[in-house]
Design a protein around this ligand. Structure first.
Ligand code: COA
Length: 237
């Protein structure tokens, strides 16, 4: 598959999705949205793929958020909403039951944070900086971030970070549990691959059910969650 804004590669049972607009710090534009939609579909449906790794091209950024040049000339909110209905990238992202790992370096802003939050495990390099500049631009996160962030770091911290527009470094992101681990810049991909390979050795169905038990369970009360676990465990047998 050849794309303009992304690189999609498969190696063994791993799929690599690289956000590839390094000249614009991998800012997320309409083209990237359309291409991401295709790539996520491929990753989801391809039985050869067991784990996905998301990363950013170039030295400086995982993703610096929505493309501001395009944003300023974007079609009306009504058109934007129609497009979203036709192409729900974030719904598709969050519906993937295979494990997804984000390997984030440099600037991780706006939709960059939200892409990382659509992944299950986040590794950050020491130089990573996270921020949600949306309110400063008169908008709010629209790639799921207002819902995914508080589920990961809790409501109070999510509110503080979103409302203040304050950026946080890798160490604070780790302390907030926004990222699972902080690694040196040159070890980021290596560590992501090591983790992905380990997961890929396990039975893919068990891995998928384990992910579903936790992710879907987070939206349930304990009783419902235990029922979900029992159902998944039984269907695995
Ligand atoms: N959309 C479009 N282009 C972007 C971009 C974005 N979100 N972020 C960076 N770029 C482009 C810059 O325009 C610049 O392009 P140019 O070389 O053609 O001028 C290039 O990427 C490098 O960015 P630059 O601003 O020169 O780097 P910097 O080190 O001075 O600053 C940032 C880096 C991340 C602080 C700054 O680029 C920035 O604030 N970006 C916008 C972040 C943002 O608000 N995103 C929207 C979230 S909703």
């Amino acid at each position: 598959m050849n794309f303009e804004t992304l690189i999609y590669e498969k190696k063994d049972s791993l799929a690599y999705v690289t956000l590839n607009r390094p000249q614009a710090l991998n800012a997320y534009n309409i083209r990237m949205r359309d291409e991401l939609y295709q790539v996520l579909g491929a990753l989801k449906d391809d039985p050869e793929v067991r784990v996905g790794i998301f990363r950013g091209a170039g030295e400086r950024a995982f993703c610096a958020g929505a493309d501001l040049a395009e944003f300023l000339t974007a079609p009306s909110p009504i058109v934007a909403r129609q497009v979203r209905g036709e192409r729900d990238v974030w719904g598709l992202f969050l519906s993937i039951t295979k494990p997804l790992i984000a390997a984030a370096h440099g600037y991780v802003l706006g939709s960059g944070v939200e892409i990382a939050l659509c992944c299950d495990i986040r590794l950050a390099s020491e130089d990573a900086q996270f921020g949600l500049p949306e309110p400063g631009l008169g908008i709010i996160p629209a790639a799921g971030g207002s819902q995914t962030l508080p589920r990961v770091i809790g409501g109070a911290k999510a509110l503080e970070i979103l409302l203040s527009g304050r950026w946080i470094g890798a160490e604070e992101a780790f302390n907030l549990k926004l990222v699972n681990r902080v690694v040196p810049r040159n070890g980021l991909l290596i560590e992501a691959e090591k983790l992905a390979r380990r997961i890929a050795e396990f039975d893919p169905m068990a891995v998928s059910y384990a992910k579903q038990a936790i992710i879907r369970g987070l939206d349930l009360n304990l009783g419902e969650g235990l029922e979900l676990e029992a159902r998944l465990a039984a269907s695995l047998l």
